[in-house]
Design a protein around this ligand. Structure first.
Ligand code: TXA
Ligand code: MG
Length: 331
């Protein structure tokens, strides 16, 4: 069973675990992650094993500073500008690897590109103390909801990780935005903690969604993803008997009284607050066992884009056997 240790007392033990090639569950400002030394193939393999994640699904390399980033990634001028503006923070950039990139091929799944992010908090501190990048996917079994608390990590993966660092509820509550700049074009591979319009403002470029035929630009883009066990019904204006209700804002859908349980992402309609509550509320409504979670409309602006993206994937029809399938490509 995992030991849960408060962040201020966990650094030395976590560092020792990482140095010997172990894995550690820890908070980042976006969601909780499972960390390993990104240069150690065996350590990274333990992440895939714990998550039951297929090895061809690449991971994000988390760095402590710009010089560590420059060791592993070639930042073109526009990507560098984005990094300088949003790091440390909930923003991941996909760029070319350096020729002598020390990050193990398991992390990049053999791609020529690498996803890099400088996180805030203890993850950054550990990368700095280790003097190496950390591979950190979200700390959920492949295809399931990302955890935003140490307790949620414990419930999902507690039997597969020795140490969970508890830093309280994650700040942002939704994964990092993943972007890529290629030939002067900006693509958002995964909407996330930094709204696309902020990246547009910094670069002067118009963000594009990935092309339909982009293949696995980011498996997090798989249609059914971030899935709770319950079914999800989106954009509800009327609640059906026995449903759980995920509300948003001050006004309720019709017949909200029919819901067996109601949780509000943000009473005041604040999107950052809604993002920070999203996964915890989905986990809680899931646990209520309603069978279906009805979701009130969330506006498609700012962080609402990422929230709607995750809700849409959670609502997508899926094959329930897929979670045990070695061919599953989810993160
Ligand atoms: O906020 C986050 O980014 C969290 C915290 C823990 O840092 N991490 C996270 O990692 O969400 P993960 O593994 O759950 O999702 C990483 C996504 C995957 O969808 C993966 O396909 C994509 O990043 N990715 C990684 N390397 C890539 C690459 N070279 N090109 C395109 N996509 C890549
Ligand atoms: Mg994930």
């Amino acid at each position: 069973m995992a030991r849960i240790v408060p962040a201020d007392r966990a650094v030395d033990e976590a560092l020792a675990e990482l140095r010997k090639g172990g894995i550690v569950a820890l908070p980042t400002e976006t969601v909780y992650g499972l960390a390993a030394d990104a240069t150690n193939g065996l350590a990274v393999a333990r992440i895939f094993e714990a998550k039951r994640r297929p090895s061809f699904n690449p991971l994000i390399a988390h760095v402590s500073d710009f010089s560590m980033a420059a060791r592993i990634a070639v930042l073109d001028p526009i990507s560098a500008r984005i990094a300088e503006h949003f790091w440390p923070g909930p923003l991941t950039i996909v760029v070319g690897k350096t020729p002598d990139c020390e990050v193990h091929d398991l992390v990049t799944a053999g791609l020529e590109t690498i996803a890099v992010r400088m996180p805030r908090g203890i993850a950054r501190e550990l990368a700095a103390r280790l003097t190496r990048p950390l591979a950190i996917p979200s700390a959920n079994p492949s295809g399931r909801l990302s955890p935003t608390t140490a307790e949620a990590v414990d419930a999902a993966l507690g039997d597969r990780v020795p140490l969970i660092i508890d830093g309280g509820p994650a700040d942002v509550g939704i994964e990092s935005t993943i972007c890529r700049v290629e030939a002067g074009e900006l693509t958002i591979l995964r909407p996330g903690g930094v709204p696309a319009e902020q990246i547009e403002a910094v670069t002067g470029l118009t963000a594009r969604a990935p092309a339909e035929d982009a293949g696995i630009a980011a498996p997090g883009m798989l249609t059914s993803h971030y899935a709770p066990a319950s079914a999800l019904r989106m954009d509800v204006t009327e609640v059906r008997k026995g449903e759980a209700l995920l509300a948003f804002g001050p006004e309720r859908a019709r017949h909200a009284g029919r819901a067996i349980v109601v949780l509000n992402l943000s009473e005041s309609g604040d999107l950052p607050e809604a993002a920070s509550n999203l996964y915890a509320h989905l986990h809680a409504l899931d646990a209520a066992g309603a069978g279906t979670i009805a979701v009130e409309p969330v506006p498609f602006t700012g962080l609402g884009i990422a929230i709607n993206d995750r809700l849409g994937r959670a609502a997508a029809p899926r094959d329930d056997n897929i979670h045990d399938d070695a061919q599953d490509v989810r993160s």
